[in-house]
Design a protein around this ligand. Structure first.
Ligand code: ADP
Ligand code: MG
Length: 187
């Protein structure tokens, strides 16, 4: 059913002039841009965006450990230690330059956007996904350079976070309502 989701083109995507290609990918899939703006995030909004939710910190640790294991390597930190370390580097990443904040609307948009962006690690992401097409970074490269993975985009993970993130980045009156000319053929 019709849902809204938040996408951020992260600073690496903005610096690499990928905003247009990222938006085209979503528009081509039938999603409608109902909010869009450039923002230079400060510590406050970055901290609220990447709120220190325990489940999420653990899931970051789990995904990271799994990626190392697949490569036959081992990472000694606990899942929580990894999650906390990554969150700190993420705050630096998000405040390091401008982001494009975008709200997309469409059928099952949260799921579709996550599918189109691909896996967190660009090295692993599907080659047709945004992160796979436009990225080459990996967990171990990020760790070696003591920074967060550069993967061009953020997208909300579920309905609850989509609602929270849209309200964080946009005022209600910054979101618009209109009909795409192809809507009757899409749905
Ligand atoms: P996603 O962005 O795919 O939802 P997560 O929510 O798990 O991924 O992580 C948020 C962001 O943190 C990722 O997009 C990535 O930029 C960064 N990140 C995650 N794990 C690591 C890690 N082990 N090392 C460096 N950066 C990481
Ligand atoms: Mg996430």
């Amino acid at each position: 059913m019709i849902e809204r989701t938040l996408v951020l083109v992260k600073p690496d995507g903005v610096y690499r002039a990928l905003i247009g290609k990222v938006i085209s990918t979503f528009e081509d899939a039938g999603l409608k841009v109902i909010g869009i703006k450039m923002v230079q995030p400060d510590e406050d909004i970055a901290g609220k965006h990447y709120v220190a939710d325990e489940e999420w910190l653990l899931s970051i640790g789990r995904k990271t450990k799994e990626s190392y294991r697949e490569k036959g390597q081992e990472i000694k930190e606990t899942e929580m230690e990894i999650g906390q370390r990554v969150r700190n580097s993420l705050l630096k990443y998000l405040t390091s330059g401008p982001v494009a904040a975008i709200v997309l609307e469409g059928n099952s948009s949260i799921y579709i956007v996550r599918k189109l962006i691909g896996a967190t690690e660009p090295r692993k992401a599907d080659p047709y996904s945004i992160r796979g097409r436009f990225g080459a970074d990996s967990y171990d490269m990020g760790d070696a350079k003591n920074r967060s993975i550069r993967n061009v985009v953020h997208a909300s993970e579920d309905e609850k976070s989509a609602k929270r993130e849209i309200a964080l980045w946009f005022k209600n009156e910054e979101l618009v309502s209109y009909k795409r000319v192809d809507e009757e053929y899409l749905y």
